[in-house]
Design a binder for this molecule. Sequence first.
Ligand code: HEC
Length: 139
Amino acid sequence: MRRNPMKNVLTAFAATLTLAAPAMAEGDAAKGEKEFKKCRACHSIVDDAGEAIVKGGKTGPNLYGVVGRVAGSEEFKYGGGLADAAAAEFVWTEEALAAYTMDAKKWLTDNGYSSQTKMTFKLKKGSEDVAAYLASVAE
Ligand code: HEC
């Protein structure tokens, strides 16, 4: 009996999805909210009405609605790397944000932007969770 070629394709596709799953680990927003304590020293989350969702420092830009927002687009004097990203109209995704918070300089250079960064803080773990939390703090 001849094997159905379409079935082989589907089986291969399903196998690829299974293999790819761990790399696309979903962040946990509740855990991320706790993890955000590390970011508060420099970042606040203030909504468009001026209401503080998280009161924090002003060393870094407001992170309200940052996922889905153009990088480097807040009223803030950004470093060269994020200024490049803004010029390229790069829009933050959870994935990019997770990578950026682990190593801003590396993320900037990996994406072809200037390595100049004002964010020297590096999050060792839980970056997907923080990204999921930030994605949840928006309109
Ligand atoms: C020591 C201060 C400091 C800490 C702690 C810090 N940041 Fe930052 N962050 C900055 C500064 C300063 C910038 C602006 C970077 C630049 O202009 O190059 C920035 C930029 C950012 C941006 C880009 C925002 C935009 O408008 O494009 C994101 C996203 C971000 N930080 C997320 C985080 C997260 C999440 C944490 C916690 C895990 C964190 N930061 C912790 C200082 C900090």
